[in-house]
Design a protein around this ligand. Structure first.
Ligand SMILES: Cc1ncc(COP(=O)(O)O)c(C=O)c1O
Length: 305
């Protein structure tokens, strides 16, 4: 297949793609206790350099996800960060890349113990950025409720959590929408199926708090910091009501994969003039320059390969 890398990082070794296998009988159970990360690396064409964005923060979150599932990681976050760099170098790719480290307990039964040492695999694929492509999405509020902290904590980036996302995104697609937005069990807005949400009201950025049943998104945190420190836009993290979505002047999804995905409408309420809003545009432009190192500020967020 064209998009496969030459090597995958498996349990500490650069392994040829075809040798990176797991036995089929382990998969059903392994995926129940699988946690992962999605990381992007951005190509800077004028510098001919690849930058991994927020690598350290992603590896810290992977460690947190493993801890909450009581996995005993055989590698430190620092070792895994270096593994990503080694893997990208070995595969000699250029262009924008998506990196997926995952940790799972390889077992054929459900009786996995607290002492379980996970297998850790890192794979990569080319994935062109959507930043500044000018496209807008249309979202709906899902009829499905977001999972909660005492059911299946969304704070953990666990593969099983995405079953909740799948119900919502399949429903949304069949009803003619691009994205679904969840309400949590308290009826407050939480997040989308694979990204957080920000809205603009009266010139302020408002986003559901990290106790609204969301993944503690690294992009969300990054953008809040940039709004405060660079763009001087006021930011508010709080519970968000559904109707606030309908009276927002702008809204966008944010996440490593989603990057900044502008929403033109929610439940067919057109936001602003139905194009990318002015604040969203400023944020998108700054983010694009920073992730590629075109803007040299916040150098600590970029790891060059
Ligand atoms: C459910 C969910 N929420 C939020 C995010 C955004 O998180 P991050 O910005 O750390 O990629 C993601 C994507 O990884 C996600 O899957």
């Amino acid at each position: 297949m064209a998009n496969n890398p030459q090597f995958v990082w498996v349990d500490g070794k650069l392994t040829p793609w075809n040798d990176a296998t797991v036995h089929i009988t382990a998969m059903g159970v392994a995926t129940v206790s699988l946690v992962y990360e999605g990381i992007r690396a951005y190509w800077n064409d004028s510098a001919k350099k690849l930058y991994v964005f927020q690598l350290g923060a992603h590896m810290q979150r992977l460690a947190q996800s493993m801890r909450l599932l009581r996995m005993k990681p055989p590698f430190t976050a620092e070792t895994l960060s270096q593994a990503v760099i080694d893997l990208l170098s070995a595969n000699k790719l250029s262009g924008d890349i998506y990196i997926r480290p995952f940790a799972f307990v390889e077992s054929t039964t459900f009786s996995t113990a607290a002492t379980d040492i996970p297998r850790i695999v890192i794979t990569i694929q080319e994935w062109q950025s959507r930043l500044k492509n000018g496209k807008v999405n249309h979202a709906c509020v899902s009829s499905w409720t977001r999972i909660g902290d005492n059911v299946m904590p969304p704070r953990i980036k666990a593969a099983s959590n995405y079953l909740n996302s799948r119900y919502a995104s399949e429903e949304a697609r069949r009803n003619g929408y691009d994205n679904a937005l969840f309400l949590n069990a308290n009826g407050k807005v939480s997040e989308s199926t694979g990204a957080c949400l920000m809205i603009v009201r009266n010139g302020k950025i408002i986003t559901p708090s990290v106790t609204s049943n969301v993944l503690e998104s690294i992009t969300r945190e990054t953008l809040l910091q940039l709004c405060r420190e660079v763009l001087h836009i006021e930011t508010v993290e709080r519970e968000l009501d559904r109707t606030e979505l309908y009276v927002a002047s702008e809204a966008f999804l944010c996440g490593t994969g989603a990057e900044i995905t502008p929403l033109a409408s929610i439940d067919r309420f057109t936001l602003g003039d139905g194009n990318i809003g002015p604040i969203t545009k400023r944020i998108e432009s700054l983010y694009d320059d920073l992730v590629r190192g075109v803007d040299s500020r916040y150098a600590e967020w970029r790891t060059s390969v």
